[in-house]
Write a protein that binds this ligand. Sequence first.
Ligand code: BDR
Ligand code: CA
Length: 315
Amino acid sequence: MTHFPRQIIIDTDPGQDDAVAILLALASPELEVLGITTVAGNVPLALTSLNARRVCELAKRSDVAVFAGCHQPLKRALVTAENVHGKTGLDGIELPEPIMPLQSMHAVDFMIETLRQAPEKTITLCSLGPMTNTAQALMQAPDIASRIERIVLMGGGFFEGGNITPSAEFNMYVDPEAAQIVFASGIPLTVIPLDVTHQALTSKQWLDDLRAMNNQVGTAVAAWTDFFERYDREKYGSEGAPLHDPCVIAYLIQPELFSGRWVNVEIETNSALTLGATVVDWWRVTDRKANAEFLRHINRDGFFQLLSHRLASYE
Ligand code: BDR
Ligand code: CA
């Protein structure tokens, strides 16, 4: 059952788009952020843990608890994405060193402890990076699965292909074994793949509106977007940058902005060529059980309106 406000844990590897997702969540009364757990992904763990706190302080929410998690994928060497996000992971604007502390508890222990204390199917996990922490928690404490209402994750791509290899999206590619554990867990999943996020492209008008908000958050989001837009423009020739991870939070607030299908999704972990690919049985040509709501379309205008509205609420 979904409570109001919906209780969420944000598992993340900030990253500019992760940062926007966190800002959206912290500005949304529909959501209660129980904690932010960090993972190695876009940049190494030390930086994602620093960045998560930078973002909380930007939001003037140093009360939010941030927990550092796994510093490398379950079975593989870490692959990072400084080419997209810059050396710090949050290139585009310089934010001060955070004052708020990192919690001493490991992110995986926080997940297990929090979920064990929660009634069945109450907590939503928002997964914005490689799924190492979640998979590790499920391996250590399989009983927590029943406490999770749903995992809403940014990852994968089917019709759109991949963004780090021709067939794999970054989050799935970095830790395919972790993704496989999550997709086999039986927990209801909502997958927000590149098929959706490549429609969530920023526009010049939206960036101008952000700047005109005249608040620190608007300025930072515009500067971040400017930074990684350069990369996307060169890569895809597209105007605007895809705001991948904020789609996860927007889905929780306004699911009607999105559409997709319940299908079977499996993760490739063996093939060198297609490692980390999300194999989606879109046409239901197998009898494999549906395990995920795989989204395909987004109402772009509605999404950006929601984002502007919530970001404007910061002082
Ligand atoms: C995903 O990878 C990261 O670079 C982004 O933060 C997003 O989570 C997109 O493939
Ligand atoms: Ca991310």
